[in-house]
Write a protein of this length. Sequence first.
Length: 206
Amino acid sequence: MDYQITHSALGTHIDWALDGVTASQIDWFWSNMEKGFILWHPEQHEPLSWPVPPVHGNPLGAIHNAPQTWDDGRRQDLYIRFERLEDLPDPVRAAICHSHVIAVSGLGFNEASMQDPEPLGYRLHQWSPSDSGVVGKSTAIGARKPETEADGKVWAAHAAGEIGNWEVFLPTLHSLYKVVTDPRRNPFTDLSVEGTGRGARYRFIP
């Protein structure tokens, strides 16, 4: 993986490029995270669960609990929700610049946080096909919980490891699960969008 980390007034950004990974495989991953969550970061992830599971064709509103320990030594249960683009704050939505997008919000650190209407912050992941695989951008954005540049560096170290591991395991895992044709056990949603910025709309999600 090639990547570069930068920080702006919006948040912390990772621009990345992967060889041998397709945009469709990354689309598939977001609805099937439990199948590869430990592979995504073997040193820091624990098994993932879905308090609100994704639905075949539309994962928006799904919530996963992603227990993990980052480089700062903090173990956290992270409750994370897939967001509709139209529900994102304008500055987050304005940052959409690739052809495939998933936006998530960090709700908190326990089940009760799933009822809190205001997220701690957002993560915007986006990617586009390239000649050798995909290029993409992942951004950490504070909300109710402000994110300093130092916070962003801790997140970026963790997220860069996750993204790089897609190159290692995702094509094989995706291929293995082609045998599972029941969408309840192997859901899929095309996360491609039309337009960019505030005008971006999912092409296939109603």
